[in-house]
Design a binder for this molecule. Structure first.
Ligand code: NAG
Ligand code: NAG
Ligand code: NAG
Ligand code: NAG
Length: 428
């Protein structure tokens, strides 16, 4: 018995230590700041830019974890602003109220209008709180067709950031892209509502540039342009449980623009509902020029409803009949390689005849495309069709409409892919 008692003795000690640790954690200083502390008015009319800038500066300099609150029931009008890091410790930006942009482009005044709320060089930031960020982009969209008009700003732009979580807020009516990450890593964008009218211009939902380790999940995105777009050197991106539409669907690309060399790989997209959209899942490159690749991409468990191009790879050649003068001219050109794209369990309706389009280039035919259990019919129940140009791959299980992919020409292929690559290709 004594032995048991001795063994049991440390338990209360451990418990005490655990309780002490919890108390210490609670007692750990946390700074709570609100925009009101910095002169924020929040009536939707006043200029609260300085209040936010000052609050950010205080939060960023604080040695302890900070909660910076944008209070509920208030609307803060903010002019373009850069919130820069690195900061001393983790910041939680709790947006419970509304943040709005000046409605008229002429109110923006001189200066840099490429973005509205710009987070630069920030690490370990959580943005949450249930509030609304409203770009009030209507006048920017209206002037976008003018020749001289400057490009509209990106609404919320994270640049050179790490450890960012944007969760549980609404982003709406962005002047241009709603939420952009450029050269960021370890990003989460979850439980977001992103909305703007179907006819708004360039209002992509979430836009990734040169970023890695990004998780985008449980979002409702309904905009005038791409739901989620991925360009530049992006890798390890996971999209899951997203409702898209109206808008232009999921887009990898356009890659190779202005001769850029883009390496996009390890992109996993699953459990999506895409409705009333121009595209479902698209991989797009420039017609010629540029380099790099889009590869190791998996699109899985996707339901389409009334989508014009449910599955599309577009290397800009769909207008050229094979063997045409143009096709021959471009045959020697460089291009972005598209390979190892897997489509698994994709069903629903196409608004156009071409439910599947693989329009690849002479310079760089698409290789190792794989279709597994695809069932796409036309909206009114008729059979859809598929279109292929220079597209190689295979189909597994039931594929409707029938696949038009050519069998891989292994003879022409050099060097042979490794076993590891084969595994990725057959990844299921
Ligand atoms: C992408 O990566 C390649 C190779 O590392 C590099 O040459 C290229 O400049 C990168 N592109 C960008 C936009 O950073
Ligand atoms: C199909 O989607 C288009 C937009 O792409 C929309 O205008 C049209 O009303 C939709 N049709 C149905 C039947 O929902
Ligand atoms: C394909 O989808 C259509 C329409 O949703 C459905 O009627 C049909 O049974 C499906 N076919 C297969 C093989 O699942
Ligand atoms: C439509 O597709 C189904 C399944 O692939 C096929 O059995 C049927 O013959 C096709 N109907 C027409 C009119 O082509």
């Amino acid at each position: 018995m004594a032995r048991t008692a001795r063994a049991a003795a440390p338990v209360p000690l451990l418990l005490a230590a655990a309780v002490a640790a919890i108390l210490l954690r609670i007692a750990e200083p946390r700074v709570l700041l609100t925009l009101h502390d910095f002169g924020g008015v929040g009536d939707g009319v006043a200029d609260d830019t300085k209040a936010l800038a000052d609050a950010w500066a205080a939060a960023c300099a604080a040695g302890d974890d900070v909660i910076l609150n944008v209070p509920a029931g208030k609307t803060f009008q903010i002019w373009p602003l850069t919130l820069a890091g690195p900061c001393s410790s983790e910041i939680k930006l709790l947006i419970s109220g509304n943040i709005v942009a000046p409605a008229s482009p002429s109110d923006w005044g001189p200066g840099d209008h490429r973005q509205w709320l710009h987070f630069l060089n920030v690490h370990d930031l959580k943005v949450t709180g249930g509030g609304i960020i409203d770009g009030r982009g209507e006048q920017w969209w209206a002037q976008s067709s003018c020749e001289e008009a400057q490009p509209a700003p990106k609404a919320v732009h994270f640049e050179d950031c790490q450890g960012i979580s944007v969760m549980g807020i609404t982003l709406q009516n962005s002047q241009q892209y709603h939420l952009t990450f450029t050269r960021c890593s370890h990003v989460e964008a979850n439980y977001l509502r992103v909305t703007s009218p179907e006819d708004s211009v360039n209002t992509n939902g979430i836009h990734l540039v040169d970023s890695r380790n990004v998780h985008i999940m449980d979002n409702l995105i309904s905009t005038g342009d791409d739901c989620v777009s991925i360009v530049g050197n992006c890798t390890d991106v996971r999209l899951r449980a997203i409702s898209c539409g109206p808008g232009h669907g999921i887009s990898i690309g356009t890659l190779g623009v202005d001769n850029s060399v883009d390496y996009v790989e390890k992109i996993k997209v699953d459990t999506l509902f895409i409705s009333n959209a121009e595209n479902g899942v698209r991989v797009r490159t420039t017609k010629n020029g540029g380099g790099g690749f889009a590869r190791k991409v998996k699109f899985k468990s996707i339901v389409m409803r009334n989508v014009s191009n449910p599955i599309i790879v577009d290397q800009g050649n769909s207008d050229d009949p094979e063997g045409s003068f143009e096709a021959q001219v471009y045959a020697a050109a460089t291009a972005v390689r598209v390979e190892k794209i897997n489509y698994i369990d994709i069903a629903g309706t196409s608004a156009s005849d071409h439910a599947m389009t693989f329009s690849c280039s002479d310079a760089m035919p698409c290789r190792h495309l794989s279709l597994t259990n695809v069932n796409l019919t036309r909206v009114h129940g008729r059979n859809a069709s598929s279109y292929c140009r220079k597209a190689y791959g295979r189909s597994i299980g039931t594929v409707i409409p029938e696949s038009c992919l050519s069998k891989e020409d292994f003879v022409q292929q050099a060097p042979r892919h490794s076993e590891e690559d084969e595994e990725e290709y057959s990844d299921s």
